[in-house]
Design a binder for this molecule. Sequence first.
Ligand code: NFE
Ligand code: MG
Length: 549
Amino acid sequence: MSSKIVIDPITRIEGHLRVETEVANGQVINAWSTGTLFRGIEPILKNRDPRDAWMITQRVCGVCTYVHGITSIRAVENSIDPYFAVPENARVIRNILGGAQFVQDHIVHFYALHLLDWVDVTRALSAADMNAVVVADQAISSSRERDAAYFADVKQRLSDVATSGQLGPLANGYWGHSGYTNLSPEVCLIMMADYLEALRIQARIIKIHALLGGKNPHPQSMLIGGVSLDLVLDESQWLALYSELNTLSYEAKTFVDTYYLPDATAIASAYPEYRAIGGTNNLLCFGGVADLSSAGDQMFPRGAIFNRATGSVQAVNEAEITEHVARSWYEGSTALNPASGATNPTYTGLDLNDKYSWLKAPRYNGQPMEVGPLARVMVAYGLGIVPAITQLVGDFLASTGMTLPDMYSTIGRTAARAIETKFIADSMYSDWVNELMNRINPQLTTDTVGRVSFTLPSQPTCAGSFLNEAPRGALGHWVSYSSGGGNPQIVNYQMVVPSTWNFGPRDSNDVAGPVEQALVGTPVLNQQQPLEVLRTVHSFDPCIACAVH
Ligand code: NFE
Ligand code: MG
C-alpha cells in the first residue's frame, strides 16, 4: 500500500512550487515536481532590441538579481565577437557585483529559507540556562563573543513574537516533529540568534550593489561593452568609496567566518543521517562566478560529473544541452538545443501521467544534471585546480567526520553552499575590492576606462550565447536577432536556468528530474508533517520564478 503527500505551495522559497510524493513503508518511492505559474519572459523578449534584453531578463528574478542581466549582456557581447573583452575596470566591477550577489543570496538562503528545516523555534524557547547557551555558542565558534544577557534578549524577542499570535515568517513550521531533536534547545536558540543577525548582515552586504550598481535588486550600472559608472574620482570620492567597500566586504567575510560556515558545520555534524539522503548522480558546472583575468580564467572551472565519479570530471560541450517538453505545458515533441529552442505555452491541466509543469526538462548528454554549489565545489575539487576549494572541502570533511561520497546528499549540498560562500567572501574582501580600488585610485592610475564602444554585427541574423554560474547553478542565455539596419530585433531568446535543471519534470524518456530522483528513498516519519521532504527540496534553494522565466 502506498499513499500520496502533496505539498502545495512549498514555502520558504521563491516562486510557485508543488511537490507530490508517493510513500510506501515509510519511504518516498516516487516524486513529481511542478512549477505552477507561467512567466513568459522569453516570448516577451521577441522583437525587442538585444541591447535592452539585459534590463528585461533581470526581471526574471529579484533574488538572483544581477545574474540574468550580466549573462544577457555577455551573450550579446559574444554575438559581436566570441573573444569580446571589456576593460579591466569593468571586469573587476562585474566580479564584485557578482560576488556580493552570491554571498548575500547564500546567507539569506541558509538562514531565512533553510535553517528552520533543522531548527525548531519552539525548542529554542525551552532553553533555560543562558550560561549553557554561551558555552554551546563558543563550542560552535571560539571567535564568538556573546554573553548570557545577549541570548536572554534573543529569547525574549522570540517569545514576544510567539505570544503575539502573529508569527510571520515563523508560522506553519512542522514544530514539535521528533526529527528536530538532534539539536539541543541551547543550540536552537543560538541558531535563531544567528537567523536574526543574518537578516541584518544581508542588507549590509547588498549595499555593495547600491554603491557599484545604483540599486538592489536589479543593478543599473551595466552596459554591453562594460559598465556605465563614471570612474574619474577625486581623492575624497575615492576614499569614501574605499572605506565603504572595504567595511562592507569585511563584514561579509567576518559573518561567514564567525557564523555561517560554523553553523553549517554544526548542522552537518548534528544530522549525520542526511549524508545518505537526497543525493543525485550527475553534476554540471558551466564555470564562472568571477573572471580572474582578462584571459577569462574563471574562479570556478567548467565541468560535468557523471555517476558520482568526482575524480573524472568531463569537459562540457554546449551542443549537448537540450530541453525536453514532453511532460511540460509547451508545444512540441522534440528535445531542442536552446540555440534553436522554442517557448510556446499550452496549458492542459495537471496530469502526472502526462504534462505536469511549467518548467522544461533540461538534459546534458541526455542526462538529468544537478547544478549549483555542490556541482561547482565538486567539479573544482575533482579537477584539483582550485587550492582554496581543495582546502575548504578537506577541512569541512575533517571537522564533521564526513567522507567525500557523503557530499552527494542533502547535507553535502547545504555544506557546499557554505564552503563556496567562504571562498567568494574571502576573495571579495582580500582581492577584488583592493584590485578595484588600486585600479581607480587617482594617485596611482590614469586608467579610468569603464566601457568600450561596439557595433552590432551586420549579418541578417546574429547569434550569441553565454554559459555562466548563478547562485543556484549553471545558467545559459541564447540570443538571436536580426540586425535590420540600425533597428536590431530579437528573433529568439532562450534561457536555461539553474532551478530549471534541478526542478524540471520527467523528459520524453520518462526519466525523472534531479529533485524527483533525489527525493526517492527519503524516510517520512509523519505524513502530516513531511519535514524530511522539505529538507531536501530546500537544500536545492529552489527559485521557480527563475526556473519558469
Ligand atoms: Ni531566481 Fe536564479 C539563481 C537564476 S535560479 S534565483 O541563482 O538564474 O534558477
Ligand atoms: Mg527557457
